[in-house]
Design a protein around this ligand. Sequence first.
Ligand code: GCV
Length: 720
Amino acid sequence: MNTKILFLLMAAYFSACCYLHAENGYELWLRYKPTDNTRLLHEYQKKNKYILFPANSPQLQAAKEELERGLQGMLQLCLNETEKVKDGTLIAGTLQTIAPYCQQALLTDSINQLTDEGYIIASRKMEKQEVIIIAGKTDKGTLYGIFHYLRLMQTQQNLDNLFIKENPKISYRVLNHWDNLNGSIERGYAGYSLWNWERLPMHKNDDRYKDYARANASVGINGVVLNNVNAEAKSLCREWLVKASGLADAFRPYGIRVYLTAKFSAPKEIGGLKTASPKDPQVREWWKKKVQEIYSIIPDFGGFLVKANSEGQPGPQDYGCSHADGANMLAEALEPFGGIVFWRAFVYQNERHVDRVITGYNEFKPLDGQFNRNVFVQPKNGPIDFQPREPFHPLFGSMPNTPLSMEVQITQENLGHTHHLVYLGTLFEEVLQSDTYANGQGSTVSKILQGYEKSHHISAIAGVPNIGSDINWTGQLFGQANWYAFGRLAWNPDEKSQDIANEWIRMTFSNEKEVIAPILKIMLMSRETYVNYTMPLGLNHIMNYGTHNGPEPWHDDPVWTAFDYHKVTRDSIGINRTKTGSGAVLQYHKPVCEQFNSLTNCPQEYLLWFHRLPWNYSMPSGRTLWNELVFHYYKGVDEVREMQQLWTQVEGKIDKERYRHVASLLKYQEEEAIWWRDACLLFFQEYSGQPIPQELEQPRHSLDYYKRIPFPYEWNGYYD
Ligand code: GCV
């Protein structure tokens, strides 16, 4: 072969290798890159020299495979299996599989005290040999323990003298996919649904399903609702159940159960009955039979998620029955199999004179205690609808006799879709740490959710994911952090969002201080920044009516309009929800109620949510309300520019693929932030009649221009 051809072949081979190793974000936070700290590398290699891990079940095998992947990637070690304890042995399993070692290490009692998903990671000296034991009470607990152990090395923690005992604080940690059966995703911005219904159930051994399940298990997510709450009854037909069983099989080794949404009218639509009324014995019988059929196909089926009498979905109220009547009918059918009903509390009236904020509480509070024991009532985190900022939903702390699950949105429907870098860990933390005062000080939403574990032996947190077929799963790379943060907070709602971000950065990018510091700063400021340039001071729901991205405060339509949310006039802006207004504050316990009610004590972030104020109202900063609004909108844009600057600090310190991806989206975000700022201020200025101070960068275009330009992505799902 002549040298020219050889050279070309080598060049082709080299570029193929580079291509294969290009960082496209597919590996998420499970990259397992070689440990670049030599001291730690040697220490880790010493401690993982031998593995004693009898894996006799699919979950233990999944755990062992993950361990192998991690050790190979980070430490370039192959699993060196041993049946005898030697110095540097990692012992993993359950009391069934590694009992003698647990006994010898005096860990048996501690393991017995774990919950079914808990685990222990402990350093021990055994027969004078240094060992580490990872033990769960169940196979699943061991799997979670392995992920935790790998995370310690990914984030370059010291492995000396370990004693970690972990139990999840919430038992149901569930993703609620809004995936349609035709492959589209409602409010999904990262491609199409991962579920390839055409190929299911035959093609279930798809790596994409496995990697999805690995990612979920790594943060403790243990349930996934496969389909949209705007449901299609046919998902409950036998053919579709069989397809769903393929996914259940793929996820089972990772401790994940599948759930389905149940359309309330299914007995009519696919069951041939004349009614779907809970009062009708035939309807009740139909659900029982349907549930039996489901369990015969998916033996560990999780249960149903239901959106009823909300945004046009059918429900028990169509038959003069209550939400409890409807939920209990399904709960009775599921109970013999250990299944659960998640019954959503996202309801609001079509009558625009009724304050939307108070309707969920008004419909559900009177039903407290009337639900079966296997029912969760599931409000969203706030009383409107996944806005960039909302006060916590007043049902939290108001339904002591009914377990509540909290639904958060990971997909950024109202937070800039995938163009905007917004770390949601801080948003989730804000709501979880809000004090409801239901049982005195310290009754945070987090404690309320955890409290149901004691009172009802079940507890739950649900998240609407941002996951799709895009190669990096979430479109914007930083969307991965929101998936990660959701899982970590569902496991422990008292975890700090800052710590979670730190962990994610280390696993996703690097353990170098110079990389962590700027990225952490970006992440922690990003949500407040988004609020500033879109809906500051308690404003909400002024985004484009259809796409929910981009400003449209002028939207005026016969149904719900932006005016219903800001009520702007030449005199004032905001909504009076105090005791003299819609009374929404009264749905909160004292002293929260008094705090929100008082103009001087109401947190500034919720000001226009609870209060209607004149444009010249004097703010604590000394500015008028108008000038404060201007200040926030400009601050938001400045902060996006700061985020861009911070990002340049990691150039050359991380791979160029992901660097460029984020840099390009940050530029896009800056453009959209300016769009939001200019359009909103020009619109509100028509009412306030006050100037945007000359020293500030002036709006680029006229209000008329902003009203005419199309929105970038006309979403054509549910509302069309
Ligand atoms: C699934 C909002 C969204 C809808 C969504 C609904 C819900 O209104 O815009 O797309 O429907 O919430 O949570 O049910």
